[in-house]
Design a protein around this ligand. Sequence first.
Ligand code: UD2
Ligand code: MN
Length: 285
Amino acid sequence: NNDIQNKQMQDKRLLALCPQTPPGLNGTNPLRIPDQETLEDVAHRLHWLRLLDGGHQAPKDCQARYKIAIIVPYRNRLSNLCTFLLNMHPFLTKQQLDYTIFVVEQFNDGLFNRAMLMNVGFNEALKLRKFDCFFFHDVDLIPENYENMYSCPDQPRHMSVAIDKFNYRLPYVDLFGGVIGMSRAHFQLVNGFSNMFWGWGGEDDDMASRVKAHDLNITRYRPNVARYHMLTHVKQKANPKRYEKLFSGRKRFKTDGLNNLEYRVKSLKRLPLFTYLLVDLTGRQ
Ligand code: UD2
Ligand code: MN
C-alpha cells in the first residue's frame, strides 16, 4: 500500500504543468439549481467530482501552477451557499485548478463585517497551506463563462465585471467588490482589508484605494468573459458611516488591516464541500 502511494507521488512529480488555459473552456457554465437546499444534498450531487475533504480539489492529469484559496464571507445565507457550492466546484474543477474553498462565518450578531472576515480567511488559510493567491468571493455570485479563469493574477484582478443584475455593465470604474483575486504578496503588501467597516458598503472601495496607493493596478478580463449571475437575498442596511471611514481610510492603511486583526476561532472543520471557519470578530462597531 505504501509502495502504491509512493509510486503515485512520484508520478505526480513527473506530471507536466497544467496548461495556462485548459482545453474545452468555451461555452457557458450552466446554472445548476439544488434540488434541496441542504449541504448533504449538494455534496451528494457533486459526488462525481471526488472532492477531497475541506472542499479541496487538484487536477489529476497535470500539475497545477498555483495553490488557490477561495474565501467566502458568510452569515445566514444557506440557500445562496448551496447554489454557490453546487456551481463553483464543477466550474473550478473544469479549470484544472488546485483550490480550496473556505467559508468564513461571522459568529457574533450585530453588524456584518465582510472585510474582516476576508482578513480572517486569509490568515487562517495560510496556517493550513502556503496558498499563492486568494479569491475573495461573495456567496451570491456565480460565474457564467468557463473562460473566466481563476488563475493567480499578476496584478489585483476585479473578476465580477459584468453582472446580470446590473445589465452586465460595470456600475463605476473603480468598483472592486463582488469577486476579486490577489496574490498573497499583494494582499500582504496592502495590509489586507480594513477592519473598520461594519455593515454594508465602503470596504470594497477602501480596498481599491489601498491597491492604488501601493502603485498596483486593478485589472479585468473582457466583460463578455467576466460575466456573473447574482443570486437573490434580502438587502443589508447600509452603513451610514461608510463615506466618513472611506475618506479617512488613507491615514489607516498601515495600522488598520492584517496587522491589527483580532478574532477568536470558535470552530474550524474540514467539511466535504468546504473548510469551515466560525469566528468571533472583536472590535468596535
Ligand atoms: C455589494 C458588493 C459586495 C460588497 C457589498 C458591501 C458587488 C457585486 N458586491 O454586494 O462585494 O462590497 O456590496 O458590503 O459589488 N454576507 C452574508 N450574510 C449577510 C451579509 C453579507 O453572507 O448577512 C456576505 C455574502 O457573501 C454576500 C456578501 O457578504 O454575498 C456581500 O453582501 P451583500 O450581498 O449583502 O451585499 P451586495 O449584494 O450589495
Ligand atoms: Mn449580494
